[in-house]
Ligand binder design. Structure first.
Ligand SMILES: [Zn+2]
Length: 297
């Protein structure tokens, strides 16, 4: 069996995360943020490949594998360390195939990879604010999820206590700032509403496939619609490679109210719903069990 240490994927991750953190302290200038973003993204790419490679070296090889010859080489101790490896996108897809419970985190990482590619290969238009927020929160979320679901270890054990504590602290600071930002925005919208002015919210449409349920609008306190989308979640026994169960999970995707208030970022919606979020999810699931047709219109 090949020795995973040979490629040092994990050493890469640890080293790059450590360097990236120096650039990513809240309040850093744009180029520090961009430098940190690139380092952290490459670090995560190595981490995803580490998981695949540890599971089986063939999982990260770019070239088509010559089954018999390559199996013999592997048995003789070949590490394939000089071979090209797959792209980050493909590595991420493979990881989700092996660990479907990572699909939510992986979706956020896809956005980051897109921006990384854009940064490397295109001209300079980039929404740094949005990228910064996601880099600071989503890479920590994904790294933590990989440690937990794939490696069954605490992130401190993988990245060292210093690195992980700093990542977790920065993530916390950004999440808190996001909550404060939304609270501020809602106060502002309420003020406009009370003066009878129109609200500067994006126009959103609720398509026919989306089911809605009512929620008290944070602006006018009348009934607003929350659009719910159902997505599949699968539970897999990885050792046996069998699917233990599959079920649908409701995701609140957008809010639309007659007063003009809208929201279409699921994370922001989760923050706005606050304590009610779990209640709403449970309600949707219970409703669907009681009346399976209710949501299939
Ligand atoms: Zn309203």
């Amino acid at each position: 069996m090949a020795k995973q240490e040979y490629l040092n994927f994990l050493d890469f991750t640890k080293g790059l995360y450590e360097k990236a953190l120096r650039f990513l302290e809240p309040g850093s200038d744009d180029f520090s943020i961009l430098s940190g973003a690139v380092l952290l993204t490459v670090g995560l790419e190595k981490f995803v490949k580490y998981v695949l490679y540890t599971r089986h070296p063939f999982m990260v090889l770019y070239n088509k594998i010559d089954g018999f010859e390559d199996v013999i080489k592997l048995e003789q101790g070949e590490t394939f360390a000089n071979c090209n490896t797959i792209s980050f996108e493909v590595a991420l897809e493979r990881l989700v195939k092996l660990y479907p419970e990572l699909s939510t985190e992986a979706k956020d990482i896809k956005y980051i990879i897109e921006k990384r590619n854009y940064l490397m290969h295109n001209f300079g238009y980039i929404e740094i604010g949005n990228l910064e927020k996601r880099i600071q929160t989503k890479i920590a979320d994904m790294s933590e999820a990989i440690c937990d679901k794939c490696l069954q270890k605490h992130p401190q054990e993988i990245f060292t206590k210093e690195i992980w504590n700093e990542m977790a602290m920065i993530r916390e600071a950004y999440k808190n700032a996001e909550v404060l930002e939304i609270e501020k925005r809602i106060k502002h919208l309420k003020r406009l509403y009370s003066k009878g002015q129109s609200l500067p919210c994006e126009k959103v449409e609720i398509s026919n496939e989306i089911v809605t349920i009512e929620f008290t609008c944070p602006i006018c306190e009348d009934a607003a619609d929350i659009g719910i989308k159902w997505e599949f979640d699968i539970d897999v026994d990885h050792r046996e490679g069998t699917i233990l169960g599959a079920w649908e999970i409701p995701y609140p995707m957008l809010i639309k109210c007659g007063c003009g208030f809208t929201m279409n970022d699921p994370e922001e919606i989760e923050i706005v719903l606050g304590d009610k979020y779990k209640e709403l999810i449970d309600y949707c699931i219970a409703q669907k069990q009681e009346e399976p047709d209710f949501y299939d219109d």
